[in-house]
Design a protein around this ligand. Structure first.
Ligand SMILES: *Cc1c(COP(=O)(O)O)cnc(C)c1O
Length: 368
């Protein structure tokens, strides 16, 4: 038996006829950048996430850069985020000329620890970027209280969490701006790169729309230096079809998680992911804290079970960020988890037989 970490073929198979029809429409229209398909998709996201504005762009990374630029964050400013995340959460801050400042995470949820944020705030701090890691929203009630108290913006990096909720509100819609990624392996993935900013603020939405086309408005007149970062029509066409299945896919992932919770509960060498009582997760990943992690990874891979380490090196220890002056030991929880986490297959279409095989092999590994 083979169990991949993600099986995009299984996801696309039933949708391909409709997707191909949609792509044919794009080809017939000759409108390849933005255009009606992108508008339709933006409106569908607005409806799905119960948010007023959605602005498509070229990637989740660009969505973060556009959000920071729209809030006029740049040189001399500091932005607080987590060191335990995908690189772009911090590189976007660097890209706009600001300084990434890290705050350690909570061991149970892998998300930024609200208690560790206030100590990092200086008179240069402009924003907090909580990341809804592995599909679970950060503790937005506490983070929002801190942001309000210190007059800071919140950009939610929701690249991994589309459809997740905190306190019954959709992730990405709680702060000032939320960002999405449609990278192919995200829960809602395009057939290439894509991203989006969402906000309830009409001025910010307008500004992001200008910034994604070089900051122009009207055409050939530039108030700001923006980016060239648009969502392509073909991707929007694909995403329009796929979005209809997303709530079902998220539920399937939660059902798959339930299987692991029930069947891995007695393995004392691993800790299963904890979900905050106010959070609804979409399980972009199912991530264990495991003893003998590297050996387990090798063993599972040898048995044709796809697994991965998200993330093997905390961002404060990345070579490119050495200028920030962090050292080993600065964020002990993030560093510890880098050595202990392993993500196992949780994709919607995984069969019960495949999950049983994963469980069997994990148990076999620790019984040795
Ligand atoms: C994927 C991801 C991004 C970047 O998205 P891209 O579309 O790949 O640019 C940003 N932040 C997090 C947490 C991500 O997982």
């Amino acid at each position: 038996m083979k169990v991949p970490l993600l099986d995009l073929n299984a996801q696309y198979k039933p949708l391909l006829p409709e997707i191909k029809e949609q792509i044919d429409e794009v080809i017939a229209s000759n409108q390849y950048i933005l255009g009606p398909k992108v508008k339709e998709f933006e409106e569908s996201i607005q409806k799905y996430l119960e948010v007023k504005y959605a602005v498509g762009c070229a990637s989740g990374t660009d969505a973060l850069i556009l959000a920071l630029k729209a809030l006029e964050i740049g040189e001399g400013d500091e932005v607080i985020t987590t060191p335990f995340t995908f690189f772009a959460s911090a590189s976007s801050i660097y890209r706009v000329g600001a300084k990434p400042v890290f705050a350690d995470i909570k061991e149970d949820t892998f998300n930024i620890d609200p208690e560790k944020i206030e100590g990092k705030i200086t008179d240069k701090t402009k924003a907090i970027i909580p990341v809804h890691l592995f599909g679970q929203p950060s503790e937005m009630d506490k983070i929002k209280a801190i942001a309000d108290k210190h007059n800071l913006y919140i950009i939610e990096d929701n690249a991994q969490g589309i459809g997740s909720k905190f306190d019954d509100k959709f992730g990405a819609t709680i702060g000032d701006i939320g960002t999405l990624s449609f990278f192919p392996s995200k829960n809602l993935g395009a057939m290439g790169d894509g991203g989006m900013c969402v906000t309830n603020n009409p001025d910010l939405a307008d500004k992001i729309k200008q910034l994604r086309v070089h900051g122009e408005s009207p055409k050939y007149f530039h108030k700001w230096v923006g980016l060239n970062s648009r969502l392509d029509s073909i991707h929007a066409a694909v995403l329009n079809v796929k979005l209809k299945s997303l709530p079902k896919w998220s539920q399937m992932r939660r059902d798959n998680a339930k299987y692991y919770y029930e069947n891995l509960a007695d393995v004392k060498e691993i800790i299963l992911p904890k979900i905050h009582s106010k959070a609804l997760t979409i399980y972009n990943q199912f991530t264990l804290i495991a003893e003998k992690r590297d050996e387990l990874l090798n063993f599972l891979r040898k048995n044709d079970i796809g697994c991965a380490i998200y993330y093997p090196l905390s961002l404060h220890l990345q070579e490119c960020f050495s200028y920030l002056g962090y050292k080993k030991g600065d964020f002990p929880i993030s560093e510890k988890l880098s050595d202990k986490v392993i993500s196992i297959p949780i994709y919607s279409e995984i069969s019960e037989e495949q999950q049983a095989f994963v469980v069997e092999k994990i148990k076999e590994f620790y019984a040795k």
